[in-house]
Design a protein around this ligand. Structure first.
Ligand SMILES: C=CC1=C(C)c2cc3[nH]c(cc4nc(cc5[nH]c(cc1n2)c(C)c5CCC(=O)O)C(CCC(=O)O)=C4C)c(C)c3C=C
Ligand SMILES: [Fe+2]
Ligand SMILES: [Fe+2]
Length: 337
């Protein structure tokens, strides 16, 4: 019998923090039709003519702030995650890492699995909550590439794992060392998405952003809604830590452009909390399974400074899942089940 192939895929990061590599990365990322989901002509003008030229130098500076001797934290922890999963799964499995954008590419990882003559491929996009721009894009890319093979092996995809118990437990344990009860408010700050993409993902066409509080609970109609899954992840972590509903807020960060994104925005929530006299905030970022620019810079530096300028004292980030053995156990269980 051949080995069972496993492909773990995260978003991707530039090859280096230099402007030229950041430009190449942003170009590939933002030209993805699932990320900037407008017609190809407008997308090309917007991305290649405006966003990439203006954003690359700024984003390069930010990457330089988080880049250390191990390189990009996202790639560094992704490699460790894959090595740990491989070790736990043993010789029956062949585990590869890929990034949706830049390196190691999905094409190169699939080539390695093909060369190893695996008998099947299981793909786990490393995004707990389903979004077309993240999970959907990974699945589409893998299907495009494997779809061209003469022999298409049995292939399966994990679509989301927002309520995975071991993952919820890892976030909760990471928070325990900060004594969450000693903070004025707990924030669950998820990566944002354009509202348009939420509506497009609603195949019923009647739920998302059509009803009040449409994402507050997860039902059969909205079970794949990014925002509804985010709210559910937050609820489960809060429940595990006995945090009452009034003591936590769900919010969305990293908005790009002027059109409406999923709300409330993290910046607005920081303002409201500062106005209410809250001083110390503990922040989870449960859309990410590894520390990255959005956690290490946007939350730990930008939001921290923003909150202090508003009269607050502290924004403390809860570490991401990174190389936590419990999260590795979660990934191993997903593969085996
Ligand atoms: C949780 C998964 C992610 C979703 C969904 C997502 C959607 C999304 N992102 C952008 C634009 C940018 N995101 C950037 C960085 C970034 N995004 C994610 C994850 C998701 N994005 C991660 C893990 C990272 C950090 C990568 C790293 O190297 O550390 C960036 C680059 C940084 C910057 O210039 O601000 C952009 C741009 C859009 C438009 C979008 C959905 C439409
Ligand atoms: Fe993003
Ligand atoms: Fe929704």
């Amino acid at each position: 019998m051949g080995k069972k192939g496993v492909l773990l895929v995260n978003l991707g990061t530039p090859d280096s923090p230099e402007v030229s590599d950041v430009r190449t990365y942003l170009d590939e990322f933002l030209m993805d039709e699932r990320v900037i989901d407008i017609n190809a002509f407008k997308r090309t003008l917007l991305v290649k003519g405006i966003i990439v030229p203006f954003r690359s130098p700024k984003t390069s500076k930010l990457y330089k702030e988080i880049w250390d001797e191990n390189g990009s934290p996202l790639l560094y922890f992704s490699k460790i995650q894959v090595a740990m999963v491989q070790e736990k799964l043993g010789g029956e499995y062949h585990v590869e890492l890929a990034m949706r954008y830049q390196n190691p590419s999905i094409a190169s990882a699939l080539d390695k699995l093909k060369a190893a003559m695996v008998e099947s491929i299981q793909v786990i996009p490393l995004f707990p909550q389903y979004a077309s721009a993240s999970t959907g894009s990974v699945i589409q890319k893998v299907m495009e590439l494997v779809g061209k093979w003469q022999t298409i092996p049995p292939i399966s995809f994990i679509n989301s794992f927002h309520d995975n118990e071991l993952m919820i437990d890892t976030f909760a344990q990471n928070a325990e060392k900060y004594q969450p009860e000693s903070y004025d408010q707990i924030l669950f700050s998820f990566h944002g998405l354009p509202e348009r993409q939420l509506k497009k993902c609603d195949h019923s066409g009647q739920h998302c952003l059509k009803k009040n509080d449409c994402c507050a609970t997860l039902t059969d109609v909205n079970k794949f809604c990014y925002s509804a899954q985010c709210h559910d992840t937050a609820r489960l972590i809060a429940k595990r830590l006995n945090i009452p509903a009034e003591k936590y807020s769900v919010c969305f960060q990293s908005r790009l452009g002027k059109e409406p994104w999923v709300q409330p925005y993290t910046s607005e929530v920081l303002k409201e909390l500062a106005e209410k006299g809250k001083k110390r905030l503990l922040v989870f970022c449960p859309a990410f399974v590894a520390d990255c620019l959005e956690t290490l810079y946007e939350v730990s530096v930008e939001y921290h400074e923003e909150f202090r300028a508003l009269g607050g004292e502290e924004v403390q980030l809860v570490a991401s899942l990174n190389d936590d053995p419990k999260f590795i156990e979660a990934l191993v269980a997903m593969v085996k089940n």
